[in-house]
Ligand binder design. Sequence first.
Ligand code: DGL
Length: 270
Amino acid sequence: MAVGIFDSGLGGLTVLDAVARKLPAVPFVYFGDNAHAPYGVRTHDDIFNLTCAATERLWDEGCDLVILACNTASAAALKRMQETWVPSDKRVLGVFVPLIEALTERQWGDNSPPREVAVKHVALFATPATVASRAFQRELAYRAVGVDVEAQPCGGVVDAIEQGDEILAEALVRSHVEALKRRMPYPEAAVLGCTHYPLLARVFQDALGPEVRVYSQANLVAESLADYLQRRPAFLGAGTLAKFLTTGDPAYVSSKATQFLRRAITFEAV
Ligand code: DGL
């Protein structure tokens, strides 16, 4: 009954942590494509090919359902995967929709026309590829009208996190928040549109100020996955073992993962 969780690197661990707490009986198989991170500066074709390869590896582990715990892959590859590549007995889901439903106060499956929502000024922080895809604005426009979104491509942040350079990552976050605030001085909400960024949620909140509501995905995705599995239990795959796989150096990735999540995590090579 395993479920696969994919990210380009360490960021998806923020989602893994939340889904494992919400669904303790489900064995999760995590795949970090650390050898190819960051995805945020790659072409869409490249992101599509890498994400398909990782997803196939998770299918081999008995995970019929794979969550792309990566906004960049969700934005740049998911639609194409679903339309051209995923067979009918498998599912691949992304992390955008639960976040946008929370922001627009919608329940799952509410397909009513877009309407006015409470929040009017939203700051989006994401990788350059996610920002360039405009997938966030597209999904939002299906559900809400009159929301002004200012997007900040946060170059360098994923790289700094993957390298374990927390000082550089913090400095970059502060400069990206400043750059966004020059264009949108008073956002009401900020979306951390990259699963690496919750590792720096405190820095984002501090730089944005206490009046800005910061949305990050981990708990929203966990709620939405629990709901999905209740409706579609057939997509709990045949796998029985939880494990952590990486295309990078397992010892190095294990030590960074342990440092970030503050619990022992052991990766093995794919
Ligand atoms: N965690 C990925 C995301 O949510 C990072 C992508 C990257 O590797 O640049 O977008």
